[in-house]
Design a protein around this ligand. Structure first.
Ligand SMILES: Cc1cc2nc3c(=O)[nH]c(=O)nc-3n(C[C@H](O)[C@H](O)[C@H](O)COP(=O)(O)O)c2cc1C
Length: 352
């Protein structure tokens, strides 16, 4: 924890992170989370080059508002990349220019080899940028220990998570996290927990599992600063019972024209008519036609009668409204602290 406090001096305890959600975690969200005492990540752009434009906006937002205290020249927000599709050369040029405080790497084609390649190049151009790697299995965690470039932080992603996660070898955070923590104990690399955390209860639980902090993705889709369409955001608030209302499927990737994800990864999404009709046997061509028509129908394209992708995690039932990111961070932190205090009245810092 001490090294994290030095690296991210504006972050208050417990350490709350907004996940780098592709396109949807834009500059306004990332800066608002960091300004509130968390760590905000920019999601990968539709194209790798888009992160450049996002970081330009981040710089402007940081200069405009209340100062975020830092101890080095790194920008107080992180950036996310999907290694299977993002262009390394473009990413390196962007990181060299803007020096975000952290780069979050996910979904390589060639496991540790890709992580080492990206990490060494990032560290060469921007030693201030810490390397965060998200894994979803014990095997991946152990493989990271063989890296020539050990990450600074490892995010352990449970199967509850929204967006892409493990296709068939994922596991709930409650049992995955402690086993990974035991396997990596000697490395002393800080571990963060992700997947299904949407409020102070989840953060408190993650800390008691041994996490240095908690990552939330789906909760921040319902932040007023998220770069998300209203119809999609309404669905995040409306949906409940993540076990029943979400599923892992590549259907929506394919309907949107995204192919080529490594087979270990499949996204969790709230299902709607596209999925129901696929299960009933409708052809992909027909579903695609209906999907593309729905995409022209604005916010009506989402919802139980809609057809558009609604990537979200199993925690949707815990999200009851759209709030400013600052309120999400502060309320989550305060709630987690209160719960820990109630459990351990004489040991305030039991899990921190
Ligand atoms: C809409 C959406 C998009 C996501 N995009 C990415 C991404 O581009 N890169 C990444 O590493 N993780 C991505 N994730 C996964 C998050 O990093 C994180 O594991 C997840 O949000 C945690 O679970 P939660 O959604 O239950 O909070 C995404 C998640 C969501 C919900």
């Amino acid at each position: 924890m001490a090294s994290l406090v030095l690296r991210y001096p504006w972050v208050s305890s417990p350490f709350v992170v907004s996940a780098p959600m592709k396109v949807m975690s834009g500059p306004a969200l990332a800066v608002a989370v960091s300004r509130a005492g968390g760590l905000g990540f920019l999601g990968p752009g539709a194209k790798t080059q888009d992160t450049n434009d996002d970081l330009e906006k981040v710089k402007a937002l940081i200069q405009k508002g209340k100062a975020i205290p830092t101890t080095n020249s790194a920008l107080p927000i992180g950036v996310g990349y999907q290694l299977w599709t993002d262009d390394l050369g473009t990413a390196i040029a962007t990181i060299e220019k803007y020096k975000p405080c952290a780069a979050w790497l996910y979904a390589p084609r060639q496991g540790t080899k890709d992580y080492d390649d990206w990490s060494s190049k990032i560290r060469r151009v921007s030693p201030e940028t810490q390397i965060w790697i998200q894994i979803g299995t014990l095997k991946e965690a152990k493989q990271l220990l063989q890296s020539t470039e050990l990450p600074d932080v490892i995010v352990v992603q449970g199967a509850e998570s929204g967006g892409h996660g493990r296709t068939s070898d994922g596991m709930g955070l409650m049992s995955l996290f402690p086993e990974v923590a035991d396997a990596l104990a000697s490395s002393r690399i800080p571990l963060f927990a992700a997947g299904g955390i949407a409020d102070g209860r989840g953060v408190a639980a993650a800390l008691c599992l041994g996490a240095s902090g908690a990552v939330m993705g789906t909760r921040f889709l319902a932040a007023s600063e998220a770069r998300i369409r209203r119809g999609y955001q309404d669905e995040i608030v409306r949906a409940s019972d993540g076990a029943a209302s979400t599923t892992r499927t590549h259907l929506y990737n394919h309907l949107r024209g995204t192919f080529g994800w490594p087979e270990e990864y499949t996204p969790r999404t709230i299902w709607n008519k596209s999925f129901v009709e696929q299960q009933q046997g409708k052809s992909f061509e027909e579903l695609k036609k209906l999907h593309d028509e729905a995409a022209k129908d604005g916010d009506n394209g989402w919802g139980p009668e809609g057809r558009l992708a609604t990537y979200a995690g199993a925690s949707v039932g815990l999200i009851h409204g759209v709030k400013d990111a600052e309120d999400i961070v502060r309320e989550t932190q305060n709630d987690a602290l209160e719960r820990i205090q109630r459990l351990f009245p004489n040991q305030r810092d039991a899990c921190l």
